[in-house]
Every structure is written in structure tokens, then in C-alpha cells.
Design a protein around this ligand. Structure first.
Ligand code: HAM
Length: 434
């Protein structure tokens, strides 16, 4: 029997793995400059967490989750995205807020695989929890722009919108329901269910016919309440001050239910159908939603002479973040040459007599921070050189009996094939200086 990787997963080998490492390091450096700290959360969580946060009628929850029952009869789900797990972690560990967190982790969605869309994929994400100012919305968008510029992606455009809040969304929802009331027989079966359960989700539909109908649907921004509208204006002002280019996208509602106010996406024109390099937005109600509702017992009020149940005071914990799709970034990012060709020296020797000499040299080179590969399975020079080529070594150092006797080594430039003799006591310095 032959074994294949499961559909929608990828094997990441060199040179792509070098590129992946470079993307992640650049991300770490970029977000660290803004005070973000790295966190890791479990790959699977209780299914309920995702139902509560992402929303029961979203495509992710209804069609794309990898859910299973473990041997203790618990329903668990491989995380389809990072935000719910981060919020749960913050609440469960009583992390002091405000706080800024980032993660680089694999996510799982049962989707139809195509270029830039997989069932296992990595997200580079940031979450700011406990900050409400429109300045932080602009800063989060700026971080995305800074990161894309640091990895040489020049064609990334930013689209923004506001999706309102629980105060203004019912108005928009009603307008949408009114608009669709005489079009029910023209929309797809999925959209009929969406219309019943969560009308806003009709905008997630990929069906061309439905999309054409929704082109004429009401837009969310004219329905915004004063607070959401002013927030949106302040975000655009802060983006202008930071000289960040963006365009408005009235149709963007994002595929997750927890968003409030600002929503944005980073788009690349080089990606084809899956053109979103990343996206995010505010989720001002999610922390409270996941904190759950305290049960307050009634207390006797002497003045009112009756039992009363006080509603718990629940201060809002505003939050905002984004996640970028690493596989899509891998397609468009252009790393400098030395990223996919790290500096490596291959040491070649021919008999057991030269082994201790070779090991000593390797150890000195490694102490000088130079990467060294010794092939201990002795083979002919030509075979060893060809393997050094496969390793993409920059240089090979050839050690033979003659070389040891004369106190020199043969240094071969693997790209040009040029060879020169270098005194043994100069070689470490010479290579370290390069
Ligand atoms: P999302 O828009 O669902 O948002 O995903 C963010 C990014 O992940 C997408 O723009 C895309 O680049 C990548 N992505 C999504 N699905 C796939 C897939 N099947 N294959 C490859 N890449 C994919 C979120 O996940 C939110 N948690 C973002 C967020 C963080 N909002 C606030 N904080």
C-alpha cells in the first residue's frame, strides 16, 4: 500500500521551509516592535467555544469544522481559526488586560482545496484585547502593511468597512430582510437557511446568481449608529495620518459573526480567486460573550421591601486583531537570495585517518557560528561533491592525507567550482569574515 498525505494538506520541504521560517521571523520582528508577545494555544478546543464565537450559522461552523468525539465522550474541534482560543486563554488564565498577543499556528477547515486554499493552513495572527481607541485599529492595519512591505509584497491593497454593532445591526438586518422578501425563490437553498437564521451571512455565498442579487442589496454603512460611524471616521483619519492607503469595500462583512465596527482585508492581485492575504476586525463583544453569564441570586432589598435580582455589571472588553494566511504569503513573497540558500560548509574527507582532523575543524567552525555538514559515510570525492551540491553548500572543504601533511586545506567554491589552498590556521577566520 502506498501512503499519501491527506487531501488539502501540504508537505513543506527546502527551499520552501527556509522561506516559511523567514516569513515567520519577519512577522515576529515586526509585531514585537509594537509590543506584542507570543502565545500558543491548543490545536483542539471544546466545540462549544467555536459555536459560541464564530456563530452557528457561519460557513465555518456549518460546513468546515473537523469535529470529533474523544474517548471521554467530549466533543472537540480542531481550531478553524485562532481568535476564540486566544480569548479563552486570556479569560481562563486571568491575564491582565489590556494585552497584545500574537501566534503562528496551524488551523483546520474542511474546504475544497485549490491554489491558496487548504484544509490545514498556517495563520500569523495578532490580537489586541482591552483597547478601544480608533488609533489601535489604524495601528493594527499599519502592522499588516509594515509586515507585507518587510517581506517584499508590493501589490497588497487594504480594504476597509464597518459592520456596525448590536445597536445598529438590527436596523440593517431588517433592511436586508425587506430587500430579500420578494427574492426568496431566486436565491440558493443555503441562502434561504441563512435568511432565516442570520440574514447577514447571505453575503458569504459563493453562488454567482446570489452574488448578482446581493450586488443591489442595502449596504451596512448607511445604517451605522452614531458611535460606530464616528469610530469609523476616526479610524480613516488615523490611517490618513499614518499615510496608509486603503479603499472602502461596502460589501465586506467577513465570514465570522463576532465582528463589530471596523473590518478589513489585505488583498493581493497576484493570488487569483483566493485573493485575501489576511483579514481582521474589531470584536468588542466576544470577550464578554465567552466569559459567560454569572448567575446572581436574588437579594432582599429592605427599602423596596422585596427580593430583587441585580444584573451583573459587565464592562465591555473591546478587542481587535487580524490573521494572515501563510500559504498565500508563501506564493507571493519574494525573499532575498540568502534566505533560501543559507550558508553551509560541507567537509569532505577520505579515510578514517582524517576523521579526527575533520571533526576538530568542524567544531571550530561551528564555534564561529558557521554551519557545517560532515558526511561520515565515506564515498568517492565526486559523489560527496554532488551531495554538497544537493545540500546547496556554499563551500566544500576537502581534507586528504596530503593536505594534513602540508597544513593546508582545499576550499572549493561550490557555485564557481574554483578551488584554492588555504592554510589550516587561517581557514576559520577567512570563512567567518565572509
Ligand atoms: P479569516 O478571514 O477567516 O479570519 O482568515 C484569515 C486569513 O486566513 C484569510 O484571509 C486567508 O489568508 C487565510 N485562510 C483562511 N482560510 C484558509 C484556507 N482554507 N487555506 C489557506 N488560507 C486560509 C480569521 O481567521 C480571523 N480569526 C482573523 C481575526 C483575528 N480577526 C480578528 N482577529
Amino acid at each position: 500500500m502506498k501512503y499519501f498525505r491527506p487531501k488539502g494538506t501540504r508537505d513543506i520541504l527546502p527551499p520552501e521551509s527556509y522561506k516559511k521560517y523567514w516569513i515567520e521571523e519577519t512577522f515576529r520582528k515586526t509585531v514585537s516592535k509594537y509590543g506584542f508577545v507570543e502565545i500558543t494555544t491548543p490545536v483542539f478546543e471544546h466545540t462549544e467555544l467555536f459555536l459560541r464565537s464564530i456563530g452557528e450559522s457561519t460557513d465555518i461552523v456549518t460546513k468546515q469544522m473537523y469535529t470529533f468525539t474523544d474517548q471521554g465522550e467530549r466533543s472537540l474541534t480542531l481550531r478553524p481559526e485562532g481568535t476564540p482560543g486566544v480569548v479563552r486563554t486570556i479569560i481562563e488564565n486571568g491575564v491582565k488586560l489590556p494585552g497584545r498577543f500574537f501566534y503562528i499556528e496551524p488551523m483546520y477547515r474542511y474546504e475544497r482545496p485549490q491554489k491558496g486554499r487548504y484544509r490545514e493552513f498556517y495563520q500569523l495572527g495578532i490580537e489586541v484585547i482591552g483597547e478601544a481607541s480608533p488609533e489601535i485599529d489604524a495601528e493594527v492595519i499599519e502592522i499588516g502593511a509594515q509586515f507585507f512591505s518587510a517581506i517584499g509584497i508590493k501589490d497588497c491593497s487594504i480594504q476597509i468597512n464597518s459592520v456596525g454593532c448590536p445597536e445598529c445591526r438590527p436596523k440593517f438586518r431588517q433592511e436586508l430582510v425587506n430587500f430579500l422578501s420578494d427574492k426568496k425563490d431566486k436565491i440558493c437553498e443555503d441562502c434561504k437557511i441563512r435568511l432565516e437564521k442570520n440574514p447577514l451571512r447571505v453575503f458569504d455565498c459563493k453562488n454567482e446568481n446570489c452574488q448578482e442579487i446581493y450586488e443591489h442589496a442595502p449596504k451596512v454603512r448607511p445604517s451605522l449608529c452614531r458611535n460606530c460611524y464616528e469610530h469609523f471616521l476616526s479610524v480613516t483619519k488615523a490611517l490618513d495620518e499614518r499615510e496608509i492607503d486603503y479603499t472602502f469595500n461596502d460589501r465586506m462583512v467577513r465570514g465570522l459573526d463576532y465582528y463589530t465596527k471596523t473590518a478589513f482585508e489585505f488583498i493581493s492581485s497576484r493570488l487569483g480567486a483566493q485573493d485575501s492575504l489576511g483579514g481582521g476586525g474589531r470584536y468588542d463583544d466576544l470577550v464578554e460573550e465567552l466569559r459567560g453569564h454569572e448567575i446572581r441570586l436574588p437579594r432582599f432589598d429592605k427599602i423596596k421591601d422585596k427580593f430583587i435580582t441585580e444584573q451583573p455589571i459587565r464592562p465591555q472588553t473591546p478587542a481587535i486583531g487580524f490573521a494572515l494566511g501563510e500559504e498565500r504569503i508563501l506564493i507571493v513573497a519574494e525573499p532575498p537570495k540568502d534566505v533560501i540558500q543559507p550558508k553551509l560548509i560541507s567537509i569532505i574527507y577520505f579515510s578514517e585517518k582524517e576523521l579526527s582532523y575533520a571533526k576538530e575543524l568542524a567544531s571550530e567552525l561551528r564555534q564561529a557560528e558557521i554551519s557545517v555538514y560532515i558526511n561520515y559515510d565515506l564515498k568517492k570525492l565526486r559523489t560527496q561533491l554532488s551531495y554538497a551540491d544537493t545540500l546547496k553548500a556554499q563551500f566544500a572543504i576537502i581534507i586528504g592525507e596530503d593536505e594534513i601533511a602540508k597544513g593546508v586545506l582545499t576550499l572549493r567554491d561550490m557555485e564557481s567550482g574554483e578551488q584554492q589552498n588555504i592554510p589550516r590556521n587561517e581557514i576559520v577566520k577567512k570563512l567567518a569574515d565572509r
